[in-house]
Design a protein around this ligand. Structure first.
Ligand code: MG
Length: 327
């Protein structure tokens, strides 16, 4: 006989309550209490994932949960905020199953533990539309690193490697270039698309030395343009310095047009930050101590025009669009 589906109370008490932090009162109160210490401020961010838009309906529920939490953690990392915890709102379509809920909660619990970011509360509701997951994450910071602090002359850095996730989506869609890559490269790109790496280890480096920062979610090109606009500056970027993984290099060797997608495609969840020339050695050193690669790719300049991208011979490269946009 098929297992009876959880009632809303059972879903909350059996599936989600075991994940709850002390201040969440076992999901039995109206609201939660967030712990604060000393002179810290609370940093808040939210991100929603919609089935069919941000993930596929048959993606493993545990992976979907982990991605939903990680994209929020990436925003906290960019603001130099240590995670405190999160709220979860789940809108479930008519065909949800207990197994889906169990898989989702188990992935969520795994990452909540791994990133010390427990659940504090939330809401579950039915929806006639696609499954929707909304997470609001709270962090604590002693210095909020905004997007608007970059000044002319500041150096521009990115963490990790750029473009892997955008090409990983191409692999997931079975695009022709994927057939010409080795199995290891395909797996690496796919993994970067499915499971972002929030750069929380960079928090101390950003707090101590960054003039501006944001996470790269919609593509390096467009997100850099956003940061520059917020700061009222322009920039020169040397494309040859943008860090690419071996897998992305292999894909670009197979199909050179993929380079533009690597620079302007979404889902990197790396950190884009700026530092004054006098702080460059310190931020680089702090990132090295944190075990995260931080690569200088250019410099902010006076002016309000969009960033200029230069190729290896000093030629200007124009992209057809700078980033992913939902609308
Ligand atoms: Mg962001």
């Amino acid at each position: 006989m098929a297992e009876r589906r959880f009632s809303e109370d059972e879903l909350i008490a059996e599936i989600f309550a075991p994940l709850v932090a002390e201040g969440g009162f076992g999901l039995r109160d109206d609201a939660a209490l967030l712990p604060l210490r000393g002179a810290q401020e609370i940093v808040v961010t939210t991100d929603a994932l919609v089935s069919g838009v941000h993930f596929l309906p048959d993606d493993a529920p545990g992976l979907v949960a982990r991605k939903a939490l990680r994209v929020n953690l990436s925003d906290l990392a960019a603001k130099a905020a240590e995670p405190i915890g999160f709220l979860l709102t789940l809108a479930l379509p008519p065909d949800w199953t207990n197994d889906w809920a169990r898989g989702f909660a188990s992935g969520l619990a795994e990452d909540a533990r791994a990133f010390a970011c427990p659940l504090y509360g939330g809401d579950t509701t039915a929806t006639p539309g696609p499954l929707t997951i909304s997470i609001t994450a709270f962090g604590r910071a002693t210095r909020f690193v905004s997007r608007s602090g970059a000044r002319p002359g500041d150096r521009i850095f990115v963490s990790g490697t750029i473009g892997d996730a955008a090409l990983g989506l191409g692999v997931a869609r079975g695009e022709a270039f994927a057939e010409r890559l080795g199995e290891a490269a395909r797996a690496q790109l796919l993994d970067r698309y499915r499971l972002p790496r929030p750069r929380l280890p960079l928090i101390a480096a950003l707090r101590g030395h960054a003039s501006a920062a944001m996470d790269i979610s919609d593509g390096l090109g467009g997100d850099l343009a956003k940061l520059l606009r917020a700061s009222g500056v322009s920039a020169r970027v040397e494309l040859a310095r943008v860090p690419l993984s071996d897998a992305t290099r292999a894909a670009v060797a197979v199909e050179p047009a993929l380079f533009e997608r690597a620079i302007t495609g979404g889902d990197d969840y790396e950190i884009l930050c700026c530092a004054a020339p006098a702080a460059c050695a310190a931020i680089t050193q702090a990132a090295r101590e944190a075990g995260v690669a931080l690569t200088e790719i250019g410099a902010a300049t006076a002016g309000a025009e969009p960033p200029q991208f230069f190729g290896s011979t000093g030629n200007i490269i124009n992209f057809s669009r700078l980033s992913f946009s939902h609308f």
